[in-house]
Design a protein around this ligand. Sequence first.
Ligand SMILES: *[C@@H]1O[C@H](CO)[C@@H](O)[C@H](O)[C@H]1NC(C)=O
Ligand SMILES: *[C@@H]1O[C@H](CO)[C@@H](O)[C@H](O)[C@H]1NC(C)=O
Ligand SMILES: *[C@@H]1O[C@H](CO)[C@@H](O)[C@H](O)[C@H]1NC(C)=O
Length: 372
Amino acid sequence: MSRVALSALLALAALAAAQDTNPTGTQPLTDKHFSYPTGIPEQVDPNDGTRGPQSGYNICNSTTEGPTSNCQTAFINHIDDWCVWAPPTGPTTIGESEGQEVAWCTKPGRGTRLIPAGAIKGVQFLVAKSYIEVLAFLDQTMLNMTPDDFGGELDPHGADLRGNPIGGLLYSNNLPLSGTGDNNTFIQVEEWHNFIGANFSCFKACDPKDPNAGNYCYNRLDRVGIPYVCPNAAQSGVFEMCDSDNQDFPGVYTTNGVTTSYTQPPDSVPIGTLPYTARVPASSNCVTFQSSDLFGALPTPSGASSASSPTSSGASASAGSGSGASSPSRTGASSTGSATPTGGAQNSGAGALHASAFATLAGVVAAVVFFV
Ligand SMILES: *[C@@H]1O[C@H](CO)[C@@H](O)[C@H](O)[C@H]1NC(C)=O
Ligand SMILES: *[C@@H]1O[C@H](CO)[C@@H](O)[C@H](O)[C@H]1NC(C)=O
Ligand SMILES: *[C@@H]1O[C@H](CO)[C@@H](O)[C@H](O)[C@H]1NC(C)=O
């Protein structure tokens, strides 16, 4: 090897090392690793990209907790302990606010907002072999969303790889493969997706120990939506936690022994009828809960009337909040604009989801066939 080649190699190695010690740099969000809680920086994405700076922060504590929190560090742990991403101010749509979403959670103590009492209408929490998934029926108007928003996909990718929300982090103490069984050890989940809209949320956390984490949390089917990305049997009014088989990789299906991969067409092409129906994975060991036992301590939304729905009982313990949400430092998603309902949900009431900024695949309507 020549001297020049060698020094070029050494320079490259030094660059790589420098990047490792600069986890808030410009690499993709999925390549940034932080131990919880002490390894987390104030903002994992302080850099100004074309979509502007990160709107919130990642160090979240008792000072930040409450209805104006802009915490962008979320959790999925147990049926009584999970978050969704939703807008910091509203009413707005996921498509308009995707880069700025903040964590809305069911448990106090982590510096986030709390989902208001009465907003959660049913939950199925699945512990699958390679991921955990929380499916929730919601009144999304209590999360700063417009009532008619069919929503969209939030994930750590996005066209610029900075994530939606920009700089959003996810942790869990209950991962099926890397979990320690101890509720105090939180492991970073680099691959996840949260589809939220039409009063429903699916938030999946793919265990980093599974080499297929990125396949289970595939992020390029945003317009196809929940029936294909999170095929499920969750029921409104039911609160249960179950073990589950893994679903098929979103977009991958098998007919007559032939495995096929569906590719979402470009935004200009309607989704139409999909060539398959996604298999709902089998679940077992379901344990049913009373909503009041899970979420009874959530705060009553300020300014709301006291009546809460029968399925989501008694708010107590108000968090002593002020009202209005604070504004993010920057508003408005960039790029190709707002989410529009597409009618892409063929076989479920869960709704079609669309946030066009995610549709980055080149326009291939045809399915790609590969062999098992
Ligand atoms: C609490 O969080 C805020 C916002 O991230 C941060 O500025 C502040 O330093 C934190 N306080 C402590 C005691 O960690
Ligand atoms: C972990 O927390 C859940 C509730 O979120 C609880 O049901 C479970 O018993 C806890 N596990 C341990 C080992 O403490
Ligand atoms: C969501 O729920 C609210 C309150 O019940 C309702 O007004 C709205 O129509 C629902 N939105 C969708 C898209 O189903």
